[in-house]
Write a protein that binds this ligand. Structure first.
Ligand code: HEM
Length: 412
């Protein structure tokens, strides 16, 4: 190539690389706004809902009864008795029409509840006698008038902690982990730019991944992305899709609940075959400490990348996250599919928290992996797409692997 042609090619590449950086800066800004929103949601203390209106019993003769108070009293009684009935006889009892709960001459009247926040606060943090009553025996015996029997489970003390843990801590921390990773990657693209093949392309190829490796990778990747997207609908659907209407949320929710279960077997198959193919190459060695100490050579274009065999320390972390993290997801996921078969209620609650917590961590980790495999590094995707990479790319990122491969193939 002449100097002029080389200069022109360099200019075109430079402009393309600047485009990546501008896109990175814009998306970093967007992620920053989303992160601020999630941080606000995490600390705004609205995990419990405070009631605004309450009922009080008054005499039926009191002036101004329009009949609604009497009706409410009858409905409340009916619901409570139905609930009781269900516990004892199973769903939908048709015997015995519930009667009134209040004496004939009384009715319920609606009123505003002053200082309602303080009321809920007292419920969620019982003190004194109430606290010992709630915590000592480890269970509360009572009757709930919530609209379906199982909902009563949510009112126990442990269930309250679990509910706040899941609805506030894990949900918002999870969103912060995912959005935070989006922000970091965008900022990296904006500030550092795309990692180039430093010597440019050599035009000579070398085989990196065979057919079975690539098929397994894409089977796992598609299953994981399917699980992640459907899981996000299950966990965040109400925030993301309710604004588009009940029907949208309902339809997406229905497909996602089924899809989430259907992607699981292929994901499990994928990580099992990956484990069989790549565990040996991913065992830790001394090279990894050096690679990590040098930040993988990602943060500057000067000097060589730290030497690595087929997988560097960053890739080993990706591999172990997929295999071990994936295994935890499969075990907790199957547990959630068969509730109470081998765990009690407390165990089920933990299975759900662990499933949700590890899920958001894995999504954040694999966002990083997908970034490096696509926009973050020139030439990487070819390894998993066609199976061959440019020799200069291989020399820069996996020099020991290339030397070993050359020695083996040369010797043959
Ligand atoms: C669009 C999504 C994805 C893209 C573009 C992608 C891309 C890549 C590329 C280019 C490589 C080869 C890197 C090299 O040559 O050294 C790779 C390797 C790998 N991928 Fe993916 N991947 C994706 C999703 C996933 C997912 C979801 C998983 C697992 C759940 C996964 C697990 C792995 C593992 C374990 C390796 C080998 C270790 C490593 O290179 O990090 N990938 N991927």
């Amino acid at each position: 190539m002449t100097d002029a042609a080389q200069g022109h090619a360099g200019g075109v590449r430079g402009r393309a690389f600047t485009g990546y950086r501008i896109a990175g800066a814009l998306s970093a800004l967007l992620f920053l706004v989303l992160l601020a929103w999630q941080a606000f949601e995490l600390f705004d203390g609205d995990a419990t809902v405070a009631p605004e209106r309450g009922w009080r019993a008054v005499s039926s003769e009191a002036a101004g009864d329009d009949g609604s108070g009497t009706l409410a009293s009858e409905m409340l009684t009916a619901r409570t008795r139905l609930q009781d009935e269900r516990f004892r006889t199973g769903p939908a009892p048709d015997a015995e029409t519930p009667g009134r709960g209040l004496p004939q001459d009384m009715r319920l009247e609606q009123q505003d509840i002053p200082r309602n926040e303080a009321l809920t606060d007292a419920w969620s943090r019982p003190e004194g006698d109430a606290a010992s009553m709630l915590h000592d025996p480890g269970r509360i015996v009572g009757l709930s008038s919530l609209p379906y029997a199982n909902a009563a489970l949510y009112e126990r003390p442990f269930a309250r902690d679990w509910r706040v843990g899941l609805s506030d801590v894990i949900t918002h921390m999870g969103a912060i982990a995912i959005l935070g990773m989006g922000f970091l990657l965008s900022a990296m693209l904006a500030l550092r730019g795309r990692v180039p093949i430093r010597k440019g392309r050599s035009g000579r190829k070398v085989r990196r991944f065979g057919y079975l490796e690539r098929t397994t990778h894409w089977l796992t990747a598609i299953s994981f992305i399917g699980l992640a997207l459907t899981g996000i609908v299950i966990a965040y659907g109400e925030t993301l899709f309710l604004p588009l209407g009940d029907r949208v949320l309902g339809t997406l929710g229905w497909w996602s609940t089924w899809g989430h279960v259907l992607f699981a077997p292929t994901f499990f198959l994928g990580i099992a075959v990956m484990a069989a193919m790549w565990t040996l190459g991913n065992l830790p060695t001394k090279l990894d400490a050096n690679w990590v100490a040098k930040g993988g050579g990602f943060f500057s274009d000067d000097g060589p990348h730290p030497p690595a065999r087929k997988f560097n320390a960053g890739q080993k972390m990706v591999f172990w996250s997929a295999v071990l993290g994936g295994l935890v997801m499969v075990v907790t996921g199957v547990t959630l599919m068969f509730p109470f078969y081998w765990l009690d209620l407390g165990g089920m609650a933990w299975a759900m928290l662990i499933h949700a917590g590890i899920a958001v961590l894995l999504i954040a980790i694999f966002l990083g992996h997908i970034y490096i495999g696509t926009v973050g590094m020139q030439g990487a995707i070819e390894a998993m797409w066609g199976g061959d990479v440019d020799r200069n790319w291989a020399e820069e990122h996996h020099v020991l692997w290339l030397q070993e491969k050359d020695a083996k193939e040369g010797a043959r």
